[in-house]
Design a protein around this ligand. Structure first.
Ligand SMILES: C[S@@+](CC[C@H](N)C(=O)[O-])C[C@H]1O[C@@H](n2cnc3c(N)ncnc32)[C@H](O)[C@@H]1O
Length: 182
């Protein structure tokens, strides 16, 4: 069985009880560490979960998915995702591959930035398209987010802007954070 387990948004203790039980009994546990990061690092998670974690970077997940799925038909493998596994990110490719290989999967949900943004007091019903804003380099300066924010404003909707690596407010990770337009 392949388990996709959400870790929530804060620290090691945000995993659900159900998620923790699964993590503790899986034969291998992967930590997806490129779409988002927690405030604590891998070592802190390992200590709290009582398990060694295997870091899975984008390349491994996208190109070496078969390594992750190896033997998942006869043993349990966990794939940990910060927030919710389907919040502002999808791992549908991994699920499609698992299904093709006859491997069953389960999703254990958790809080996501997509709903935690409700803490600002704005109605989640009134959000338009979410946008990502990435750190500009000399050669890569995507600005499509601007038109989307503009469109949301014209439609009377708020915009959740997810800030990419390098734009974060945390001095430790410099990753993440959000900006809202309403
Ligand atoms: C690609 S999304 C993945 C979201 C994650 N799967 C979830 O469900 O929350 C990652 C972005 O969400 C935002 N984000 C994630 N966790 C956050 C947090 N705890 N505080 C503020 N922003 C966060 C950041 O903008 C980060 O770059």
């Amino acid at each position: 069985m392949l388990y996709l387990i959400g870790l929530g948004l804060g620290d090691a203790k945000d995993i659900t009880v159900k998620g923790l039980e699964v993590v503790r009994r899986c034969s291998r546990v992967y930590l997806e560490a490129y779409t988002s990061v927690l405030t604590v690092g891998k070592e802190v998670l390992e200590e709290f979960y009582g398990r060694k974690l295997i870091l899975a970077d984008r390349e491994e997940v996208e190109q070496e998915a078969d390594n992750i799925l190896k033997d998942a038909d006869i043993s349990d493998v966990a794939f940990l995702v910060v927030g919710d596994p389907f919040g502002a990110t999808t791992h549908s490719d991994l699920i499609l591959r698992a299904t093709k290989l006859g491997i069953s999967y389960r999703v254990i949900h958790n809080a996501s930035i997509m709903n935690a943004v409700g803490c600002c007091g704005l109605q989640l019903y009134k959000f338009g398209e979410t946008v990502s804003i990435v750190f500009w380099t000399d050669t890569w300066r995507p600005e499509s987010f601007f038109d989307k924010v503009k469109k949301n404003r014209q439609n009377g909707m708020h915009t959740l802007c997810l800030l990419g690596k390098g734009l974060g407010v945390s001095s430790e990770s410099r990753y993440g954070g959000v900006v809202l337009f309403s």
